[in-house]
Design a protein around this ligand. Structure first.
Ligand code: ATP
Length: 238
């Protein structure tokens, strides 16, 4: 579904991604693990078109997307849940969710969008309770639910998740991970970036390890979880 070939991304003269190749098949959860600053966020931003690739190719369902604008990439079916969530704080929960579907209103109509709104509320009843509340007043966990819900409202085929566990209490991390699994069981393909490698490997089918911009290891989640280097570097603590 997603194929990245020999990707190089740089900020000015600083090369951040170096010859990265990876793929995500339909129906998979693939995780990308790596230390702070390894380039994980940059990789997601390059796929979303928010940062341009210096070299290399990205294909989504066979279509080259590395030259497309972010809004065109969203329309093809890729949605990103950004790190730090970046919800619209002065808008209500419901307005945030509706904005997630902004490009669908005209084409698909109100009924389709409202049905998906109900689906988000079924997944996250807390958002229904807080429907009219300003998003900026939500707790960290609720904001993460809202960010995932908003990405879902675009009805993506591929969801890019940047550090969904960041800053959340362990119980909430369990809850969010369970919801990610549920979305995957419903057919959504997911590329998840995590510093919390243990949690990511628990839910993923396969994974890649990124170190200073290069993929140094790849394998099934089980293989990675048993790998000595991964254990030493990334699974030391929860
Ligand atoms: P983190 O978990 O801390 O977000 P990461 O693996 O996602 O880490 P990136 O955020 O992709 O890493 O950052 C990779 C490198 O690129 C870092 O050295 C960072 O300082 C640098 N970088 C990130 N954004 C920019 C930017 N806008 N301009 C210049 N350098 C940047």
């Amino acid at each position: 579904m997603l194929k990245i070939k020999n990707l190089y991304t740089a900020y000015g003269r600083i090369l951040v991604l170096k010859n990265v190749s990876l793929h995500v098949d339909r129906g998979e959860i693939v995780c990308l693990i790596g230390a702070n600053g390894a380039g994980k966020t940059t990789l997601l931003l390059t796929v979303s078109g928010l940062v341009s690739a210096r070299e290399g190719e990205i294909f989504f369902e066979g279509v080259p997307i590395h030259h497309l604008a972010p809004h065109q990439i969203v329309r093809l079916g890729i949605s990103q849940v950004p790190e730090g969530r970046q919800i619209f704080a002065p808008l209500t929960v419901r307005e945030n969710l509706e904005l997630g579907a902004y490009h669908r209103w005209r084409q698909e109509g109100k009924r389709a969008v409202l049905a998906d709104l109900e689906e988000v509320y079924r997944l996250f009843p807390r958002l229904k309770e807080r429907e009219k509340q300003l998003a900026g007043t939500l707790s960290g966990g609720e904001q993460q639910m809202l960010a995932i819900g908003r990405a879902f409202m675009a009805r993506p085929k591929l969801l890019l998740l940047d550090e969904p566990s960041l800053g959340l209490a362990p119980k909430l991390v369990d809850f969010i991970m369970e919801k990610i699994l549920e979305l995957n069981r419903q057919g959504l393909t997911i590329l998840i970036v995590e510093q919390n490698a243990r949690r990511a490997l628990e839910i993923a089918h396969r994974g890649y390890v990124l170190e200073t911009g290069r993929i140094v290891l790849q394998g099934s989640a089980q293989e990675l979880a048993l790998d000595e280097d991964v254990r030493r570097a990334y699974l030391g603590r929860d």
